[in-house]
Design a protein around this ligand. Structure first.
Ligand SMILES: NC(=O)c1ccc[n+]([C@@H]2O[C@H](COP(=O)([O-])OP(=O)(O)OC[C@H]3O[C@@H](n4cnc5c(N)ncnc54)[C@H](OP(=O)(O)O)[C@@H]3O)[C@@H](O)[C@H]2O)c1
Length: 245
């Protein structure tokens, strides 16, 4: 846990859940941390206060990438895109259109646009570069009542595979990976458990998992995610924490 390198780390959604756990377990003493979220409040972090379901917020984050990198001239840069939402839970033919649109903009579009912004900001720089997208088992397996969430995570994984191939031809390239964290004890899980089992049948399974104490602690999973920085992984890798323990 020691480093005197100039380090910049952005985490979207560091205000709660897995993002807050990632912020609390950063394995470097002197990293400059930037939380991209609505609430902020993360100890020791700069706050870029944005609603990522609003496309007008994306250039704000783009500017932050550009300006901090130009000012800091970092030796190590990391962006973990972790912000996500399940809202609105329910069948695609029943849910509210405005909420559904926000879900698509956050889970699908913001991931790709902010990922693109980060890659542009680090392109050609002689520093170690990491982009980690937080995905989900929902990328692989359809969950009724979570169509836009499942589609967003599947899109993230394919985006990662594709830009990972591109980055392998850069020197230095950005190492782009996605990782599914498994079922975590966070607010997102509580929202899932509270949903209607007729619209969201998986909510029953998660209620059982919670009762059996089978939800992972976000801090434990955060430490596994940080350990990926030191693992020999190809850019474009799509991973699940259960395969990494
Ligand atoms: N929990 C699980 O079991 C589980 C399983 C698989 C994958 N994941 C993934 O893990 C990641 C973290 O999930 P979590 O369980 O920690 O969720 P969470 O407890 O609900 O926290 C979500 C975070 O995302 C931020 N966020 C949500 N909407 C946002 C918006 N419109 N603009 C900016 N930030 C926004 C929130 O910040 P503000 O509210 O302050 O904006 C918060 O910090 C997500 O990508 C999720 O899909 C979770």
């Amino acid at each position: 846990m020691t480093s005197l390198r100039r380090i910049l780390i952005w985490i979207s959604g560091a205000s709660a859940g897995l993002g807050a756990a990632l912020a609390a377990t950063i394995p470097f003493e002197n990293a400059e941390l930037i939380d991209i979220s609505r609430r902020g409040g993360t100890a020791g972090a700069h706050h870029v206060a944005v609603d990522l379901a609003e496309p007008a917020s994306w250039p704000v984050v783009d500017d932050d990438f550009q300006q901090r990198i130009a000012t800091c001239d970092p030796e190590l840069v990391i962006f973990i895109h972790n912000a996500g939402t399940l809202t609105p839970l329910g069948s695609a033919d029943h849910v509210d259109t405005a909420q559904y649109t926000r879900n698509v903009l956050l889970n699908s579009a913001s991931a790709q646009v902010l990922g693109h912004s980060f890659l542009r900001a680090v392109s050609g720089r002689q520093c170690e570069q990491h982009l980690i997208m937080i995905s989900s088992g929902a990328a692989m397996r359809p969950h009724e009542g979570e169509a836009s969430y499942c589609a967003g995570k599947a899109g993230i994984d394919q985006w990662v595979r594709t830009v990972g191939l591109e980055q392998r031809r850069r020197s230095p390239g950005c190492r782009v990976i996605s990782v599914s964290p498994g079922a975590l004890d966070t607010d997102m899980q509580a929202e899932l458990r509270a949903s209607n089992p007729f619209e969201v049948p998986d909510s029953t399974r998660f209620r059982e998992m919670e009762a059996l104490g089978q939800l992972s602690k976000p801090e434990n999973v955060a430490r596994i995610i940080w350990s990926l920085l030191d693992r020999d992984l190809e850019s474009g890798a799509v991973l699940h924490v259960h395969d990494l323990i």
